[in-house]
Design a protein around this ligand. Structure first.
Ligand code: SF4
Length: 427
């Protein structure tokens, strides 16, 4: 029996796909990259924007058309947040995102009875982080590890707390076991991810630094990176602890959303632009090789030209290495869905374009700043005469093709800017 996965959305979803795959492989499935070959097709969905929902609907219908004899399973955040919408799609099995541990039972039950299954259990207070540890990961150099799930915050635009439930954190024992499994399979870099990663440990009396330390102390793990962080929870105490961990990569993905205080207030984000900048300054005082990446939303309810320009100027001030820009879209059931002052689609896409091109220019400047400096790079693959990988501060680095470097962390000297990264030489 063959299974095909289509994963939408964030790194947490990517991780959960691996857990589901491992469970299914345990009962005899093998992975196929071709949906028309599959006996089981799994769509692991995302619901962060209206566009994510549209994609989920589109691919679910497409797979049913392409391979009507395969069993189609829809899971992830979309059915969890909008079970009625999901039920109208032509999937045979519809389960929520807490069901990765149950997927095997649901699939086996469908193959026995051939009757549609809809089982979206709501999240509940007191829910625990799922037990167990991955044995392997499909990517070859960098593995994601989910260490936290859920969010207790109330950003007015966000549907994710409904789709993910309350904060729950993974035990250090499972972090250690999974890091050991991954290291024994040759992984050198781990990216710790979560829904609200900064809240890691708040329910089990630990801190994010404890999780990083645990993963970093595993033999064979040479680098540990973090997923998205909340600026107001990126405290000086946390930064000082992270600084003590030599394997920690100082790439800080600090979620911005807007650089305008009035917009941030309507979003119910719990920091001001000035406080955000102060966190960046603190980071720069601790690491001389730190970089900043972020997410920026444009066209939130009530955002006028002045507010947008404030946000744009702020992005220039922080100097992001990379920024993910996306237009606001209404999510039913959120506070913002009831606010007045919606921005037209046309203005939103114009602003997204301006913000993206400004951030691209900034990114080039940030990369130019490291010309002549040394960085350490984990080389991942070779293509078109180059071997490439990422530096500790997440700059894409190319060297002249040398396959012997693949899978190794190597010091390089940065030489010049390229189209989507920098050219370097090993030192
Ligand atoms: S912190 Fe805000 S944006 Fe992030 S998941 Fe929680 S509610 Fe959504």
């Amino acid at each position: 029996m063959k299974v095909f996965f289509h994963t939408l959305g964030c790194k947490v979803n990517r991780y959960e796909t691996e857990r589901m795959l491992e469970g299914l492989m345990g009962v005899g499935f093998s992975l196929t990259q071709t949906p028309t070959d599959a006996d089981l097709i799994v769509v692991n969905s995302c619901t962060v924007t209206a566009e994510s929902d549209r994609k989920t609907r589109q691919i679910t219908r497409r797979y049913k058309r392409q391979n009507p004899s395969a069993v189609l399973l829809l899971t992830g955040c979309m059915p969890q947040a909008f079970p009625d919408d999901a039920a109208s799609l032509p999937a045979d099995i519809i389960i929520g995102n807490g069901s990765e541990r149950n997927i095997v039972n649901e699939v086996q039950s469908f193959f026995e009875n051939r009757s549609k299954i809809i089982n979206v259990a709501p999240h509940f207070t007191g829910e625990l982080f799922e037990a167990g540890a991955l044995k392997d990961f499909s990517e070859r150099t960098r593995a994601y590890m989910k260490i936290e799930d859920g969010c207790n915050r109330g950003c007015t635009y966000c549907i994710i707390p409904k789709a993910r439930g309350r904060v729950r954190s993974r035990s250090l024992d499972y972090i250690k076991t999974e890091a050991e499994n991954l290291a024994s399979n040759g992984f050198k870099e781990l990216v710790l991810v979560g829904i609200n990663l900064s809240s890691y440990g708040s329910d089990i009396n630990l801190t994010l630094a404890d999780a990083v330390k645990t993963a970093a102390n595993v033999k064979g793990i040479e680098r540990v990176r973090l997923g998205s962080l909340e600026p107001d929870l990126t405290t000086e105490a946390l930064l000082i602890e992270l600084k003590k961990i030599p394997q920690f990569c100082p790439q800080f993905h600090l979620s911005l959303q807007s650089g305008c205080n009035a917009t941030l207030k309507r979003m119910n984000r719990l920091y001001t632009a000035e406080e955000y900048l102060a966190v960046c300054d603190k980071i720069k005082s601790l690491w001389n090789n730190a970089s900043f990446t972020t997410d920026i939303m444009v066209g939130f309810i009530g955002e006028d030209d002045n507010e947008f320009n404030e946000s744009l100027d702020f992005a220039k001030k922080v100097r992001f290495l990379k920024a993910h820009i996306f237009p606001y879209s209404v999510r039913q059931g959120t506070v913002a869905a009831r606010m007045s002052g919606r921005v037209s689609e046309q203005i939103k896409s114009k602003r997204a374009e301006i913000m993206a091109s400004t951030c691209d220019d900034i990114s080039k400047k940030v990369m130019s700043d490291i010309i002549g400096l040394t960085r350490s790079v984990l080389f991942e693959r070779s293509e078109n005469g180059f071997t490439e990988g990422y530096s500790e501060d997440y700059v894409r680095v190319f060297v002249k093709e040398n396959r012997a470097l693949q899978g190794r962390v190597v010091k390089v000297k940065i030489k010049e800017l390229m189209l989507d990264g920098v050219l370097a030489e090993p030192v």
